[in-house]
Design a protein around this ligand. Structure first.
Ligand code: APR
Length: 245
């Protein structure tokens, strides 16, 4: 019997109860910052320090927050599930990794929009673990040039990371879960459609409110992630959720 793999797409909503702002909710990041100023290659060319300040403050905020019960429930699923558990996250925080750090079988994690705790050389594309602030004065570890370092974040107009691997995973999953995402941003917002087109996997949306893609899901559960996700994971682990053969 082929192992049944579970693919989970997560968005900013899963980290909201850890104290990290989402993007489009009231008071969200895009209410207080213009995408054109902080999240495009053109913005970085025009005013790199404005962009660095935006990601520096989000990076430093990570030390003040902890994974919540929803992150931990996904780590528990990966540790206990006989098949593989893949988390495709749109989030650039490190809360999924931290929730799974002491488990023997962590989820396979793909940060399709990049990571705050990494930086890269804009010339060589080499990627480095990064903890502190970045600025136009930061010498690049690979070429020693100042002004070459940029956040390892996928900006609007750029191609997300790991797309080839993601396409394969979507075509082979037995259960597709979408957690804490509004379904406004492609290609992530189109994943459920691909799963429905290529597999007969069960699909479920877990979110505070209906997303843009709600009609494409077999099952929809609304509420706070820290309540609805652990409950659903327990249903999976006790065989109460139908997965494809
Ligand atoms: N529990 C569950 N869901 C929540 C919670 C919560 N506590 N709080 C908010 N949500 C839901 C909201 O209802 C909303 O549907 O999380 C979703 C967050 O949506 P967005 O702010 O649009 O974030 P996301 O979908 O992750 O954005 C996708 O857009 O701005 C770009 O690159 C950025 O990765 C990001 C992408």
């Amino acid at each position: 019997m082929k192992d049944k793999n579970i693919v989970i797409l997560t968005g900013a909503g899963i980290s909201a109860e850890s104290g990290l702002s989402t993007f489009r909710d009231n008071g969200g990041l895009w209410c207080n910052h213009r995408i054109e100023d902080v999240a495009t290659p053109q913005a970085f060319f025009r005013n790199p320090m404005l962009v660095h300040d935006f990601y520096n403050s989000r990076r430093s905020q990570l030390k003040d927050v902890e994974p919540n019960a929803a992150h931990q429930a996904l780590a528990k699923l990966a540790a206990k599930w006989q098949g593989k558990v893949y988390i495709i996250t749109q989030n650039v925080d490190d809360l999924h990794e931290r929730a799974a750090k002491n488990t023997n079988k962590p989820p396979i994690l793909l940060h399709m929009h990049g990571e705050l705790k990494k930086a890269r050389c804009a010339e060589s594309e080499k990627v480095f673990e990064w903890d502190g602030d970045l600025s136009t004065e930061t010498p690049c570890p690979c070429c020693d040039k100042k002004g070459n370092m940029r956040p390892h974040i996928v900006w609007f107009g750029e191609i997300p990371l790991y797309m080839e691997a993601i396409q394969l995973l979507l075509k082979e999953c037995s259960l597709f879960m979408s957690i804490g995402t509004s379904g406004n941003v492609y290609p992530a917002a189109g994943f459920v459609h691909e799963v429905r087109s290529f597999t007969d996997a069960h699909t479920v949306e877990l979110n505070k409110e209906p997303s843009q893609g709600k009609s494409l899901f077999h099952e929809k559960i609304y509420g706070n992630a820290t309540e609805i996700v652990p409950a659903y994971i327990d249903k999976i682990l006790t065989g109460q959720v139908k997965l494809t053969a």
